[in-house]
Design a binder for this molecule. Structure first.
Ligand SMILES: *[C@@H]1O[C@H](CO)[C@@H](O)[C@H](O)[C@H]1NC(C)=O
Ligand SMILES: *[C@@H]1O[C@H](CO)[C@@H](O)[C@H](O)[C@H]1NC(C)=O
Ligand SMILES: *[C@@H]1O[C@H](CO)[C@@H](O)[C@H](O)[C@H]1NC(C)=O
Ligand SMILES: *[C@@H]1O[C@H](CO)[C@@H](O)[C@H](O)[C@H]1NC(C)=O
Ligand SMILES: *[C@@H]1O[C@H](CO)[C@@H](O)[C@H](O)[C@H]1NC(C)=O
Ligand SMILES: *[C@@H]1O[C@H](CO)[C@@H](O)[C@H](O)[C@H]1NC(C)=O
Ligand SMILES: *[C@@H]1O[C@H](CO)[C@@H](O)[C@H](O)[C@H]1NC(C)=O
Ligand SMILES: *[C@@H]1O[C@H](CO)[C@@H](O)[C@H](O)[C@H]1NC(C)=O
Ligand SMILES: [Fe+2]
Length: 436
């Protein structure tokens, strides 16, 4: 039965449909991300290879069971001699908070059914658990990282993805088939929980020699973000609220200097955050500002020099980045006193400044970044070159627990962990990070 008639969310329409299927010709793979600013919208995206099929998503909450439809659209793109499948994007809005939904994409015998859970409505003491994955790629180690994340009893509900997805650009002519295989590989997680996307250098896909001078072409066609909801003018930088967290995504590889759209947006964005509604202010980007590995050493200096002052001023709690294929956690640190002439160039441990975490250890084709600068700088609290993932467990307005898991350990042994005390709500008496 077909249900791809044109309706935009028909309330109360009950449909019978083929619920079972093993995939079939039209549906190939699915991914979801947050679809609005406040957390009760979802963007469902899926790629069909042979025919466009339907742009409609059928969904219903487990509590009401009422079948609803949301209408999307599809795009295609060409890259050198590759032509993409039909990439469908459908935003579902005004969902109930804290509710499990089933959803179905595809038509006829090729429908596929998945589910997701919306987050609780934002509020100061709402607990929530994020997974942190970066630089994943699609190797044996990538698969171990994803398996380890999925089987972690800490149960991440949403992934904050710190950039570098498929590494398609590592293959001849940026072979975009690798974007498809990455989509299929990650589906087993990202069809059921949103991954919040930030773009890395491997998303740029800038190849004028192939007639592809437009940066971020495959990424922006495949992975949509709810950027308009935060008044951003680019899908590469935006913000979302999710439970007690306010997440700001930045683009390391877009213009970010003083008079650029990204910087204008960030300057307007930070004062808007209501820390009594969303106490935890988290920044996600690809290139780290603090990195004591030899790999990509000092690459983040431009961004640090331009944006660190704002991050300190607005009491950002944590800055997550990837790019360096290893793990590192900083002390709460600030280098904003430095102004070239005053020689105060050593970063200072500052309990009111952000903690910087590099989690680019997903396990891609380029391997681990093993070389470290020596001696370990004082701002670097912990570093280790192993593949893994992280979990951020927000407990309440004041306390969050961070842990890092190496792939080589089964049963999710914590390899590094720390209590993080909220920068904004911190009691001046206690230290804001305690390694545990
Ligand atoms: C694209 O071109 C490369 C050679 O540059 C070739 O190996 C590949 O088969 C071509 N792919 C398609 C889909 O035509
Ligand atoms: C769906 O499957 C049924 C039973 O296998 C078959 O009879 C029917 O032709 C199929 N419909 C389509 C549209 O493929
Ligand atoms: C990836 O991991 C899954 C789950 O652990 C496993 O079933 C699958 O065989 C792995 N795939 C490869 C190619 O190693
Ligand atoms: C976006 O801008 C509009 C109009 O200025 C404003 O009403 C809205 O609150 C803004 N949204 C966010 C998330 O800042
Ligand atoms: C640089 O820092 C020094 C010492 O903190 C200060 O006296 C000086 O005014 C600063 N220069 C500028 C241009 O801000
Ligand atoms: C890492 O260190 C080893 C040993 O000092 C050296 O041979 C190698 O070139 C270094 N690699 C990089 C990327 O700096
Ligand atoms: C780093 O910490 C050590 C031990 O506390 C101290 O002796 C040293 O001076 C510090 N280095 C810098 C550059 O601050
Ligand atoms: C917040 O969570 C921490 C850690 O679980 C706990 O020790 C603390 O008592 C909680 N604070 C409040 C006000 O419940
Ligand atoms: Fe990178």
């Amino acid at each position: 039965m077909r249900w791809d008639f044109v309706v935009v969310t028909v309330v109360g329409l009950v449909l019978s449909f083929a619920e079972t299927s093993s995939g079939g010709i039209t549906s190939s793979y699915v991914h979801i991300t947050q679809g609005d600013h406040k957390g009760n919208g979802v963007i469902v995206s899926w790629v069909t290879t042979d025919e466009p099929g339907s742009d409609t998503v059928l969904y219903w909450s487990e509590t009401s069971g009422v079948r609803l439809l949301a209408e999307g659209f599809h795009v295609r793109y060409k890259y050198y001699n590759y032509t993409s499948g039909y990439i469908h994007h459908c935003t579902i809005k005004n969902l109930e908070f804290d509710t499990r939904y089933n959803y179905v994409v595809g038509i006829g015998n090729t429908t596929r059914k998945f589910w997701f859970e919306t987050p609780p409505k934002s509020g100061p003491d709402v607990p929530y658990t994020f997974g942190l994955i970066g630089d994943l790629g699609q190797t044996y180690d990538s698969n171990r990282t994803l398996t380890s994340y999925e089987s972690n009893p800490a149960k991440g509900k949403t992934v904050l993805y710190v950039g570098d997805l498929s590494y398609a650009d590592h293959y001849p002519d940026h072979n975009n088939v690798r974007w498809d295989t990455w989509g299929r590989f990650t589906e087993r997680s990202v069809a059921y929980q949103p991954w919040i996307w930030s773009a890395g250098n491997h998303e740029v896909d800038w190849a004028p020699q192939l007639g592809e001078p437009k940066p971020f072409k495959p990424f922006t066609h495949r992975y949509h973000t709810p950027y308009k909801a935060s008044n951003s003018t680019s899908p590469l930088w935006y913000s979302i609220k999710r439970a007690s967290a306010y997440v700001i995504v930045l683009s390391t590889y877009s213009a970010l200097g003083k008079y650029t759209p990204q910087n204008f947006w960030l300057e307007e964005e930070l004062p808007k955050v209501d820390r009594n509604e969303t106490p935890w202010l988290i920044v996600v980007m690809h290139g780290p500002m603090y990195n004591s590995y030899v790999s990509h050493y000092m690459e983040g200096e431009t961004m640090r020099a331009l944006h660190e002052k704002l991050l300190v001023q607005y009491k950002v709690d944590i800055v997550f980045a990837g790019h360096v294929h290893a793990y590192e956690r900083s002390e709460p640190v600030s280098n904003i006193a430095y102004n070239i002439t005053n020689k105060e160039c050593t970063p200072k441990i500052d309990q009111t400044a952000p903690v910087y975490i590099t989690i680019g250890d997903g396990g891609n084709i380029e391997g681990l970044a093993k070389n470290m600068t020596e001696p370990q700088p004082n701002y670097s609290a912990f570093r280790e070159a192993s593949f893994g993932h992280g979990i951020l467990k927000i407990k309440n307005m004041t306390h969050a627990h961070w842990s890092w898991y190496r792939n080589q350990e089964v049963n999710s042994v914590t390899a590094d962990s720390a209590w993080l005390f909220n920068r904004y709500h911190i009691s001046s008496k206690e230290s804001s990070v305690v390694a545990s």
